[in-house]
Ligand binder design. Structure first.
Ligand code: GRF
Length: 203
């Protein structure tokens, strides 16, 4: 399955997906990495890995819709079937999310529906939760909402700072995202109503 990975920054999740996709048996092929930020560090890594990269700089467009139309055109150009948001820091309008309904995945650094939005690790520490983690879900128009494909939990340790917790979570993200993309690309994570029906023995 031809997938596109959308980034805005470091791109460590993108790197993990690139590594996974090197395996012959992985059901996804990355046809393009797209960034809205021309300075995203992840772009360089993707180029060095021999993957096509494109920049669609949101600052060059008057409206969100025009930006998204340009993004959509790039995705179509590469014959993209599934789009994976990986640290992509632009909110998408319903026009885009409906166009890619059930074909658009996001990873969020919390156990949804807890801690939607930004600064999830600070907020998890403030709330005093003992378990934190990450979620991969199909995107719906509402932010950080949609049918959940998979989640990974990590412990919150007594001396954690937002940074130490973020490091533990992002390590879990790398593993979770490649598994969830594989499920989505092989048709084993189909949306049924507001949930995902998984077709796996163990997960
Ligand atoms: C990840 O924690 C992701 O879940 C969040 O932003 C971070 C991006 O990291 N939305 P990276 O760019 O994949 O390294």
């Amino acid at each position: 399955t031809k997938i596109a990975v959308l980034i805005s920054g470091r791109g460590s999740n993108m790197q993990a997906i690139i590594q996974a996709a090197k395996s012959e048996s992985y059901p996804a092929e990355i046809v393009v990495v797209v960034s809205n930020n021309p300075d995203a560090a992840g772009l360089e890594y993707a180029r060095e890995a021999g993957i096509e990269t494109e920049v669609v700089d949101h600052r060059e467009f008057e409206t969100r819709e025009e930006f998204e139309q340009a993004l959509d055109a790039v995705l179509k150009l590469y014959d993209t079937r599934i789009v994976c948001l990986a640290g992509f820091m632009r909110l998408l309008t319903p026009w885009f999310t409906e166009r890619w309904r059930d074909l658009l995945l996001n990873i969020h650094p919390s156990l949804l529906p807890a801690f939607k939005g930004l600064h999830t690790h600070e907020r998890a520490l403030e709330a005093g939760v003992r378990i934190h983690g990450c979620t991969v879900h199909y995107v719906r128009p509402e932010m950080d909402d949609g049918p959940i494909i998979g989640q990974a939990a990590v412990p919150v340790l007594p001396d954690d700072t937002p940074d130490t917790l973020a490091t533990r979570v992002v390590t879990a993200e790398h593993k979770l995202y490649r598994q969830c993309i594989a499920l989505a690309c092989s048709g084993k994570a189909r949306v049924a109503g507001s949930r995902v029906r998984l077709q796996v023995r163990e997960f």
